[in-house]
Design a binder for this molecule. Structure first.
Ligand SMILES: Nc1ncnc2c1ncn2[C@@H]1O[C@H](COP(=O)(O)OP(=O)(O)O)[C@@H](O)[C@H]1O
Ligand SMILES: [Mg+2]
Length: 305
């Protein structure tokens, strides 16, 4: 039986605000600033003009791929049309979404290197309704060398994505752990940078370098690029240490740290094995609730419509 519109929105509301919301440790809780709420946004009446977000940190294992997949899935649950771009030769995003790179017809590498290819031919549907992806393959590691002699080599990904921005509301680019030419391509194509930062000592060390690259891209290839925010990941509520690191991040980047933090939980490694986002694998879990809250936070702040 068809559901009425009001029933549908009630079901959505149930899936996106859960009892786990109250378990999320927020930056405002840790800093003792006023609590913030991020309401469920209204559905969009039209789509397109996608905001492009690069998920960047030159350190591996900080939660870039996990954030790309789960934030994307959370946006899709809110009715946004989402495209994920696997831009790491290690292709963990493709693996995390159950795409076998062995039987790929083409990947982001072909789109970058061959101007006659069409992005429409390489888009894949994910298990999440409303979320598509472009896979990567190990051959992407050859792109940096292959692009050296190409004209405007920093702008290739921008050209590749240009033709689909009218269809999607948000495009998330999962970057490789380096600040080389591929990451510069991602930043040149983007409106925003999202930086997952592990709540560990020394996590802040690399951020100055990253800040430097962002400034260089702003000056040379993309004056509109801006930092969307720093996302504290692997937060452990039981340790004082996690809280201290969060305080340090917020001192270094006042107003640029997300209120939502992502707790350390074994459910994330499990989802990789399962090949699906936590929002479907463990829909009622603190991890799913956190990425849903992050999606609402970004929409409330105007990062994405
Ligand atoms: N919040 C978290 N809690 C526990 N494990 C996590 C969390 N986020 C990611 N992981 C796990 O840590 C590993 C690295 O995460 P990943 O997202 O692949 O990082 P990156 O893309 O930055 O290299 C993966 O095994 C992933 O499942
Ligand atoms: Mg990764």
């Amino acid at each position: 039986m068809a559901k009425s519109a009001s029933e549908i929105s009630r079901l959505n509301a149930k899936s996106t605000l859960s009892k786990f919301d109250s378990e999320i440790v927020t930056t405002s809780m840790v800093l003792g600033t006023p609590q913030r709420e991020f309401p469920i946004p209204a559905p969009l009446s039209e789509h397109g003009n996608a905001k492009i977000i690069s998920v960047v940190n030159q350190k591996g294992g900080v939660g870039k791929t996990t954030t790309t997949i789960n934030l994307g899935a959370a946006f899709a649950e809110l009715g946004r049309r989402v495209l994920l771009v696997d831009f790491d030769p290690q292709h963990s995003l493709s693996v995390g979404l159950n795409v076998s790179t062995r039987d790929l017809e083409g990947s982001i590498y072909n789109l970058m290197m061959d101007e006659s290819t069409k992005i429409e031919d390489f888009l894949l549907k994910t298990s999440v309704p409303g979320m598509d992806m472009i896979p990567a393959h190990e051959d992407l590691s050859g792109a940096e060398g292959g692009l050296v002699t190409v004209i405007a080599r920093e702008k290739i990904l921008k050209r590749v994505l240009q033709t689909v921005t009218d269809f999607y509301d948000v495009i998330l680019i999962d970057c490789q752990p380096s600040l080389g030419l591929l990451t510069v391509n991602a930043l040149t194509a983007s409106n925003w940078v999202l930086v997952p930062l592990e709540c560990e000592y020394f996590a802040l060390r690399g951020v100055a370098l990253l800040d430097d690259i962002i400034k260089k891209v702003q000056i040379n290839t993309n004056p509109d690029l801006q930092l969307l925010g720093i996302l504290p990941t692997m937060f452990d509520r039981k340790t004082v240490h996690s809280r201290e690191v969060l305080e340090r991040i917020s001192e270094a980047f006042p107003n640029k740290i997300f209120d939502t933090t992502i707790a350390r939980t074994v459910r994330f490694p499990e989802t990789t094995v399962a090949g699906e986002p936590i929002t479907s694998y463990a829909s009622a879990s603190i991890g799913a609730a956190a990425y849903r809250r992050l999606a609402r936070e970004i929409i409330s702040n105007g990062g994405v419509r």
